[in-house]
Design a protein around this ligand. Structure first.
Ligand code: SF4
Length: 401
C-alpha cells in the first residue's frame, strides 16, 4: 500500500474525533483546531492504524466491520508530519489510533512518533496525542513529556452505556489516565512555579475529551453534570460533544433521523455558560426538565424561567448578574462596568456597550426606569428564539450576545 493510500484511509478514519474538525475531502488528513490563545491551527489528523481489537458499537473502525485497513510505521508518520509542516500545510500533528495488539503496544508506537519528532527531528510544532484507555501509566507519562495536549475520549456518558456499547473498555481504563494527566500537569506547573526558567513540561496545553451525544439514553442534564465534573475534578481544558452519526447497523444503537446537531449545539452553549458565565448545570436543567430547549439558547431559556430576577438595573446590578441578561456577553458586561464608574448609563447607551439591544432591553431598567412597552411572555420568547442554531465553535466570540 502506498503512503498516499494509507493517508486516505487513516485520515478518513480519524474524522469522527470532534476535537479537531476535518477539512473535507480535498485535504485528506488535514484538520483545524483551536490553540490555547484562540488561534485556529491546521493539524495533520490521522490514526496510526484503523485496525482495532475492540468492537465499540458506534465506531466505523470496530473489529467486526469490513473495510480497508491500514497502519503507518513510526517513520512514516514522522516524515509525513515534517513534510507537511515544511510545506506550511500544517502547524502540528493530531494522532489517534485503533487498538492493535494491545493498548500498550499502540501507545508505545504513538509515543515513539512524538519522541522522534521532538528529540531526533527538533520539531517545534503542536502535538496532540490520544491516550489509549488501558495503556501503562509510564507510557501516558512519556506521551505527556512530548505532546502539547493529551486526550482520553470518554465517548459514552455513563458506565452502563459503556458496558452496553463499548464492552472492551472499562470506566477505570478511561478515568485512570485522566486522573494521571491531571496530577502530572499539576506537578509540572508546581515545579515550573519554583524554577522560573523551566517551562512546565507535561502536556502544557492540558487535556480534553469527547462525548458522543445521542448514541445512548443519557439526558442533557446527565451529560452536563458529567462534563462539569470533568472540568472541576480533572482540570479538563475542553469537553467536545459529538452528535452521534450512525455508521453501523447495530440493534444496540438508536434509529435516528439524522445526527442530533441542534442538541450538540445547545450542549456546547451550556458548557460555555458554566465555564464562563457562572451558571451550574442544575440551574440550566433539572430532573423534571432534563433536555435543553432546541429553539432557545440555554441562557435565554433560563432568563424566561426566572422573571423574578428581572429587570436588573444596569447602573446598580452586580456584574455577575449582568452576564445573565440575554443580549449581554462578557465584553458588553465589561464595558458597562467601566462606563458606569464614570457616568450613569441611559437607555440610548446600550448599543454603544455592545449589547444586542432588542434582546437585552426588556430585561434591564435604567435607574428604575423599565422598558416603556413590556412584551408578553410569549412575545419575549419569540424575540429570543435563535433561528440560527448553527454549529459554531463556542470558543470563538460571544454566543449569547
Ligand atoms: S477502541 Fe476506538 S477505534 Fe477501536 S472500536 Fe472502540 S472507538 Fe473504535
Amino acid at each position: 500500500m502506498t503512503l498516499e493510500q494509507k493517508l486516505e484511509i487513516l485520515g478518513g478514519a480519524a474524522r469522527y474525533d470532534a476535537s479537531c474538525a476535518s477539512s473535507g475531502p480535498g485535504n485528506p488528513g488535514v484538520c483545524h483546531s483551536w490553540a490555547d490563545d484562540g488561534r485556529c491551527i491546521s493539524l495533520l489528523k490521522v490514526l496510526f492504524t484503523n485496525h482495532c481489537l475492540y468492537d465499540c458499537a458506534y465506531c466505523a473502525n470496530r473489529r467486526s466491520n469490513a473495510g480497508p485497513r491500514a497502519a503507518f510505521t513510526v517513520t512514516e508518520v514522522v516524515d509525513l508530519t515534517l513534510d507537511f509542516y515544511r510545506r506550511n500545510y500544517i502547524e502540528g500533528l493530531f494522532l489517534s489510533s485503533g487498538v492493535f495488539r494491545s493498548p500498550d503496544n499502540t501507545m508505545e508506537a504513538m509515543v515513539a512518533v512524538a519522541r522522534s519528532l521532538r528529540l531526533e527531528k527538533g520539531f517545534r510544532g503542536y502535538i496532540h496525542l490520544k491516550a489509549i484507555p488501558g495503556a501503562d501509566p509510564k507510557l501516558v507519562r512519556a506521551a505527556g513529556l512530548y505532546a502539547d495536549r493529551l486526550s482520553v475520549n470518554i465517548e459514552l456518558p455513563s458506565r452502563s452505556s459503556l458496558e452496553a456499547l463499548a464492552p472492551d473498555k472499562t470506566a477505570e481504563s478511561i478515568f485512570r489516565p485522566m486522573r494521571q494527566i491531571a496530577g502530572e500537569s499539576t506537578n509540572a506547573l508546581a515545579v515550573a512555579a519554583h524554577h522560573r526558567s523551566l517551562v512546565p513540561r507535561f502536556a502544557p496545553s492540558g487535556q480534553s475529551t469527547q462525548m458522543i451525544v445521542g448514541a445512548s439514553p443519557e439526558t442533557d442534564l446527565d451529560i452536563l453534570r458529567l462534563s462539569s465534573k470533568l472540568y472541576s475534578s480533572y482540570g479538563l481544558k475542553r469537553v467536545y460533544y459529538s452528535a452521534y452519526i450512525p455508521v453501523n447497523d447495530d440493534k444496540r444503537l438508536p434509529a435516528l433521523v439524522g445526527p442530533p446537531l441542534k442538541r450538540e449545539h445547545r450542549l456546547y452553549q451550556s458548557d460555555w455558560l458554566y465555564r464562563f458565565y457562572g451558571f451550574s448545570p442544575d440551574e440550566l436543567l433539572d430532573p423534571g426538565r432534563p433536555y435543553l430547549d432546541e429553539e432557545l439558547d440555554p441562557k435565554a431559556s433560563w432568563a424566561l424561567r426566572h422573571p423574578e430576577v428581572f429587570p436588573l438595573d444596569i447602573n446598580r446590578a452586580p456584574g455577575a448578574l449582568l452576564l445573565r441578561v440575554p443580549g449581554l456577553g462578557p465584553r458588553s458586561q465589561e464595558k458597562i462596568l467601566a462606563a458606569r464608574r464614570v457616568s450613569r448609563l441611559r437607555r440610548q447607551d446600550l448599543k454603544a456597550m455592545g449589547a444586542v439591544v432588542k434582546k437585552a432591553e426588556p430585561f434591564l431598567s435604567f435607574d428604575g426606569d423599565w422598558a416603556p412597552v413590556r412584551p408578553t411572555a410569549e412575545a419575549l420568547r419569540a424575540l429570543l428564539i435563535d433561528p440560527s442554531a448553527r454549529r459554531k465553535d463556542p470558543g470563538q466570540g460571544e454566543l449569547f450576545a
